[in-house]
Design a protein around this ligand. Structure first.
Ligand code: UDP
Length: 235
């Protein structure tokens, strides 16, 4: 397979065409942004770590029946994926209150939620990804009710699989964000699953091992991403 011209450059990844119209070639960058692009920086080796961690999670999910766009790794920081028409809804799953939920509902960070909370945000940089409900999604024709029901079911299954897997590695899955898309009419999980898009806390020390170290200037950002990779793979 051949890597062809760049189609798109996002905040954390570049997307290239390949000689196969069904497949895209993704390159993960070290660039990091937060607060809707207001804070910018780089995290050394983040591109490699997020590519390897995402590939690891997509394989784990595939083994347990959750299909994603992931096809194969091409290098330490590159993977090939199925081309998706992205549904512009960011799906956040939460087990423990943190970040915007803690702020919005006045909860202390670390409060265990009585049930898993699934939220939808409109994927729009201009609008700053506002929280939306099912009616907004229908009114804007972002996805059909059937698609949203399927997305919710997959998101909860991803939560069960990842939470159990991480617990065995002494990590708590606080929350995470997923994106979905259509590939020849088939609904697939897309984007990435990494410390950029999840919150991971050490089960015992409650140390944050995710992008909050960058967002909040906590230091040791690269070390935290490496620690997640090490807990998953032993490497
Ligand atoms: N998240 C993400 N991309 C976004 C917004 C959130 O990957 O544009 C992830 C974030 O890393 C966390 C979860 O979704 O794991 C919930 O984020 P939250 O709504 O608390 O927002 P934040 O505090 O990051 O602004």
């Amino acid at each position: 397979m051949l890597k062809k011209e760049q189609l798109y450059e996002g905040k954390a990844k570049k997307v290239y065409r390949t000689d196969n119209p069904d497949l895209y070639w993704i390159e993960y960058k070290d660039d990091a942004t937060a607060f809707n692009g207001l804070k910018k920086g780089t995290i050394a080796n983040k591109g490699e770590l997020n590519n390897l961690i995402s590939a690891y999670f997509f394989r784990l999910l595939a083994e347990q029946g959750v299909e994603s766009h992931f096809v194969e790794e091409k290098s330490e920081r590159e993977m090939v994926v199925k081309a998706l028409q992205i549904i512009p809804v960011e799906v956040v799953v939460r087990n423990i209150a943190a970040g915007s939920l803690a702020k919005r509902l006045g909860l202390e960070e670390g409060t265990v939620l009585s049930c898993t909370v699934v939220e939808n945000y409109y994927k729009s940089d201009e609008l700053g990804d506002p929280l939306i409900n099912d009616d907004h999604i229908r009114a804007l024709n972002l996805a059909t009710p059937g698609q949203m029901a399927a997305i919710r079911e997959i998101a909860l299954k991803v939560n069960d699989i990842l939470r159990a897997h991480l617990a065995e590695r002494e990590l708590d899955l606080i929350d995470f964000k997923l994106e979905f898309g259509l590939h020849n009419g088939q609904l697939l999980l897309g984007d990435e699953i990494s410390p950029d898009t999840c919150r991971f806390w050490d089960k015992n020390t409650r140390e944050k091992l995710d992008k909050d170290r960058f967002r909040r200037d906590l230091g040791n950002v690269e070390e935290a991403y490496k620690e997640v990779y090490r807990r998953l793979t032993g490497r």
